[in-house]
Design a protein around this ligand. Structure first.
Ligand SMILES: Nc1ncnc2c1ncn2[C@@H]1O[C@H](COP(=O)(O)OP(=O)(O)OP(=O)(O)O)[C@@H](O)[C@H]1O
Ligand SMILES: [Mg+2]
Length: 523
């Protein structure tokens, strides 16, 4: 037997991610640069949209003159900012944030920006620079921070406050990291483009070597911000119950259910107690076995109201169409925003849009744009539930024959998106979600089929017009001979009939902007 003895010790959260940065998407200089931009942009969007502020976000990527692999990333926003006393922990302490509540946000882990700081610190040794101000504050705070990896605590390199000259608010973050811009460029551009597609109310700018992208907002209408909600009984477990009990020991079980959960009023709570056989005791008097029974019964009771969707902020059909039309420039868009449902007590909404024709290139299978809580998902498409569903649908049922100019947008929003990993790139196969994605795609596909049918009809009318026009003089002459009337009268009448048919289709052409297709076919 070996003499060697194991040495035991704990690991701080920061050290864990320092050692395992790949699982958060920071695996190499290309991916890390993309991931850094993503984390910063997502934070900026949360800092604006959640508070009803129309987002103005600028991303600037610059390369160091002497070392092109050393890259600076600057992201500025007009969001609600971070209070000065919170800045060090928010930006330099792993698992610290404001999003550990039940509400649909892009951020969930309290990790994103810290991963970018860790990566920057490891690869260039430079601190993160932050300048931030909240709307009500008279000052702007500036910090340079690094992370004490062993202790998972912020190290303040410098701090400064200045009085605000103008009534502005927002945050500017700057990081220096090892990154390969040339290789990351395509993904970063695609990410910004896809973000613009789902947020037509945001102005997004990307400036980088060889790139100048500006997506100006095309609307000032924003989805209603999500509200903070309560847990649903279908989502509880024993630990959660114990945690909730902490501040409510004096409450009786029935009151507790009504106060602390979504989905139960007085009557339902009373019915639950009867159904479960549990006594209406004070919480502090519940024995451990009773807590376990309560947890089990809460999940089994079939009559809880569905989780309320106030915690969600779907994009909506109108905005989806607007976003897609301005970025992809298709001939037609069908959008569907389904009713809220839930899985394991978590509310979710699936939205789907199908963009067809126009500038969308014809492909052998549908182009897929995946989103979760308005985050574009670019990597791991093959592992995503939406890809599988899109590929199994028989599109010929909807008059789509490949190669075809079809783009499918799938947006899942939930207080808990079942991501496959910490990098938030693929959605896991949850049966309730899978079924709903399929239903939403089929709903939208039916709308697309109606459109394609109409386009076919338009082409048919135009084809008939061309054919009939050739015969009109002939028919008019024959009719004139039979009836002994003027040939011109018949000619005019016949042409008018044809025109009426064409006018009907012209209205459709105008509404759906399919002029290009029709013109090219009718020549
Ligand atoms: N630009 C910003 N404006 C205002 N607050 C911000 C900004 N960036 C970060 N924050 C605050 O910092 C917190 C931590 O951000 P971080 O990206 O580390 O985690 P998160 O966004 O909560 O979750 P995730 O790990 O999923 O990104 C956020 O919860 C938010 O409160
Ligand atoms: Mg974040």
């Amino acid at each position: 037997m070996s003499e060697q003895r194991e040495v035991f010790k704990g690991l701080s959260a920061a050290e864990f991610f320092y050692r395992n940065r790949e699982i958060a998407g920071f695996s190499n200089p290309t991916r890390a640069l993309y991931q850094t931009v993503r984390e910063l942009v997502e934070n900026a969007l949360d800092a604006t949209e959640l508070y009803g502020i129309l987002p103005e976000i600028k991303v600037v990527v610059t390369q160091d003159k002497n070392d092109p692999m050393k890259v600076f990333v600057d992201v500025s926003d007009n969001g609600i900012g971070v209070p000065p006393e919170e800045i060090p922990s928010v930006f330099a302490r792993v698992f610290y944030g404001s999003k550990y509540v039940l509400r649909q946000t892009r951020g969930i882990f309290g990790l994103g920006i810290k991963m970018a700081v860790l990566y920057s610190q490891i690869t260039t040794g430079k601190p993160i620079y932050i300048k931030s101000s909240t709307p009500e504050s008279p000052i702007i705070a500036e910090y340079e921070l690094m992370i004490d990896i062993k202790r998972n605590m912020p190290i303040i390199i410098s701090e400064r406050v200045a009085r605000k000259r103008r009534k502005t608010h927002g945050t500017h973050v700057r990081l220096c990291l090892e990154g390969n811009w040339q290789q990351a460029r395509r993904r970063v551009e695609e990410y910004i483009k896809r973000t613009a597609m789902i947020t037509p109310y945001a102005t997004l700018i990307l400036e980088a070597p060889g790139t100048h992208l500006v997506f100006k907002r095309t609307t000032k209408v924003m989805p209603s911000p999500p509200r903070i909600g309560k847990p649903h009984p279908y989502g509880v477990d024993i630990e959660m119950l114990k945690h909730l009990f902490r501040n409510h020991g004096e409450l009786y079980l029935k009151e507790f259910i009504v106060t602390c959960f979504d989905g139960a009023g007085e009557t339902t709570a009373a019915d639950f107690l009867k159904w479960s056989g549990l006594r209406n005791k004070k919480l502090k008097n519940l024995a451990p076995e009773e807590i376990a029974t309560l947890s089990k019964k809460l999940k089994e009771y079939p009559y809880w109201r569905r989780p309320r969707p106030v915690t969600l902020s779907p994009v909506g059909e109108k905005l989806l169409k607007k976003g897609l039309k301005s970025v992809l420039r298709p001939e037609y868009v069908a959008a569907v925003s389904r009713k809220p449902l839930s899985y394991r007590g978590n509310p979710f909404i699936v939205e789907v849009a199908l963009a067809w024709g126009g500038e969308i290139p014809a492909q052998e299978k549908p182009l897929l744009y995946r989103y979760a809580n308005k985050i574009p998902l670019l990597y791991d498409e093959g592992a995503d539930v939406s890809r599988r569903i899109v590929d199994t649908i028989d599109w010929s049922n909807y008059k789509v024959k490949f190669p075809a100019p079809l783009a499918v947008v799938v947006h899942v929003c939930s207080t808990k998106v079942p991501f496959k990993g910490i990098g938030k790139e693929a959605i896991a196969d949850v049966p309730e979600l899978e079924k709903e994605i399929e239903n939403a795609i089929k709903d939208a596909a039916r709308k697309l089929r109606a459109h394609i049918t109409m386009v076919e009809r338009v082409h048919e009318v135009i084809r008939r017009k061309v054919t009939f026009s050739k015969y009109v003089p002939e028919i008019a002459r024959s009719l004139a001979e039979i009836t002994n009337m003027e040939e011109e009268i018949f000619e005019e009448k016949l042409f008018n009939m044809l025109e009426r048919e064409v006018k009907k289709t012209a209205q459709f052409i105008e509404e759906t902007k399919i002029t290009t297709v029709v013109k090219s076919r009718s020549r």
